[in-house]
Design a protein around this ligand. Structure first.
Ligand SMILES: [Zn+2]
Length: 289
């Protein structure tokens, strides 16, 4: 958390600020351990002050704010990781506001705040040039985006893999943007057992998997992501996401499957929880050799 739909919601929620001038930027020195930044916080703040925000892009689960500076274009690459949020409304707590910018839009009287807030503080902020953007978000680190990934893309990167399909879907080189929540929901929708070894999946399944990935993530973006129980995710204007209402397996161990009423199982794969319905997700048995 946040995954592609949540980060895309952040992007859309701050897009109206494109064209603004960065009137001020600071990394407040609160009581919390500072987040990781490159270069040092004061250096980033001093560099971007006075710059103009010219675009907001998303790369997988990262945001890149394009800033026009006298020295040329730079990008502020923000990775929310576990609990990072971009907010234009007052943050839930002052102590966890990690980067506070004030953006002056043409024709507006006073600057508007844009805050990167992060409770656990595992998020990162990097200021990079074009080469740095490529190293942080380019094809050497991120595969095709989950909103546009194709069956051929998945097949090319995963068809020979000996990993379980659930673990492989979290590999950002294979497909960018999927995390623990959406991997579980995608596999339930396609009916694949999350333990299925990639190389045992037949060709037609990659096509289906890519199609479901695109439609499910698109639907989740439309509903502004998933806000679940003890997680803290909210949109830039402090609304909760709504896609959690459509979750069929994630976080539902022991509860009846919303499709067939079989109790949902929770297992651990690569140190992370996997939720699935043993009845609906029986594809591995059918493709077994
Ligand atoms: Zn089921």
């Amino acid at each position: 958390m946040p995954e592609l739909p949540e980060v895309e919601t952040m992007r859309r929620g701050i897009l109206h600020l494109v064209g603004s001038r960065i009137a001020d930027a600071e990394f407040p020195r609160g009581p919390k351990r500072p987040i990781s930044t490159t270069p040092a916080p004061a250096r980033i703040a001093a560099t971007i002050r006075g710059g103009q925000l010219t675009a907001v892009e998303r790369y997988g689960k990262r945001l890149a704010l394009e800033i026009e500076l006298p020295a040329g274009q730079r990008w502020l690459v923000i990775e929310p990781r576990m609990t990072g949020l971009m907010l234009v409304t007052p943050p839930p707590t002052v102590d966890h506001a990690r980067l506070v910018m004030r953006l002056q839009r043409a024709g507006k009287r006073s600057p508007q705040p844009l805050v990167f807030w992060d409770q656990r503080g595992l998020g990162t902020v990097r200021l990079v040039n074009a080469g740095g953007l490529d190293r942080a978000c380019g094809p050497s680190v991120l595969g095709p985006d989950g909103l546009v990934v194709t069956g051929d893309d998945l097949q090319r990167s995963l068809a020979d893999s000996r990993r379980a399909i659930k673990v492989a879907l979290l590999d950002q080189h294979a497909v960018a943007g999927i995390g623990n929540i959406y991997a579980a929901e995608i596999l339930h929708r396609v009916g694949i057992d999350p333990r299925t070894v990639c190389r045992r999946l037949p060709r037609r399944v990659w096509e289906q998997l890519a199609r479901v990935t695109r439609t499910l993530l698109t639907e989740a973006v439309r509903l502004e992501g998933s806000s679940i129980g003890d997680e803290l995710y909210q949109t830039p204007t402090s609304r909760l996401g709504q896609f959690q209402r459509r979750h069929r397996v994630y976080g539902r161990a022991g509860k009846p499957c919303r499709t067939c009423e079989t109790p949902i199982r929770r297992i651990i794969q690569a140190q992370r929880s996997t939720f699935f319905c043993p009845q609906c997700q029986s594809l591995s048995a059918r493709v077994g050799t």
